[in-house]
Design a protein around this ligand. Sequence first.
Ligand code: IPM
Ligand code: MG
Length: 357
Amino acid sequence: MTKQVLILPGDGIGPEITAEAVKVLEALKASDNLDIEMTEDLVGGAAYDVHGVPLADETMDKAQASDAVLLGAVGGYKWESLDISVRPEKGLLRLRKEMNLFANLRPAVLFPQLASASTLKPEVVAGLDILIVRELTGGIYFGQPRGIRTLENGERQGYNTYVYSESEVKRIAHVAFQAAMKRNKKLTSVDKANVLEVTEMWREVVDEIAPQYPEVEVKHMYVDNAAMQLVLNPKQFDVMVTGNMFGDILSDEASMLTGSIGMLASASLDENNKGMYEPSHGSAPDIAGQNIANPLATILSAAMMLRYSLGREDLAVKIENAISKVLDQGLRTGDIYSDGMTKVSCSEMGDAVVAAL
Ligand code: IPM
Ligand code: MG
């Protein structure tokens, strides 16, 4: 049966990078019987400009009815001073929450061709292959109460709530343990249990589940130390599991180990592997519309979509191999460019991946 894929390009470089991923998917439809139908809709600032909200109810319904969603990026200067309730980011957060996409998988894998593109020494990052499992629908991003209030003395006070219930920790921990079982069987759970009770409980729940996965070696690490260890000795990590905000921060940090945030894909999954796929980077409004962005994170996200939601592991591998080939050919967008390589535009990179398929 034809699978339905909703494409949400969003803002900034979003439309440019998703266009390249769509190009790759179209090529696979023609060459490899990829049976999908793609429809496009608005999210983020682009949706706000038309509907007055960053995600229209009709778009939410379409996302729920689709087999998978591929999203570019949201946000930009133009919408920064809007009320927080209608900012572009809220469209993305609504999709995650209402589709129940609690498991965010962010692989930080170094293509060997890019070892010199990282700001870290090649020997520190060569062979790097980390999977960050980030809880995506809870924690301080969604905790209530939240807001900005005025105290009796007239001073304003901003507040958010960092909260996790046991069941939320359990389900993300299971995802992480299962991922570790398929990899090197090493799991690092990241918390701030020395200060925050919510993560003290997180640590306890992870330890309670661990006996169900006796082969997995579990370590706990405070988030400040984890941030340091990621640049000191990143290859000590296999799977890392953590809450929503720590995962947001650590995944940006980990992306730079791979040479550029323009290489980091992500999958956000519900209990049934229905998912939304997006590059881990943002909308980069400073370079939007110039056709210079790196589309590879989005193309790699499309590969993850084929793997997890569309049952086409074969085509996921095919895309990954094509990207490797293009890097072998020396083609680089500006963010991963180094001397002696050939600098290409966003669309040229997409074309090269299609040619390499
Ligand atoms: C990410 C982004 C989002 C997040 C923003 C755009 C809301 O930084 O996907 O990492 O904080 O989750
Ligand atoms: Mg982020």
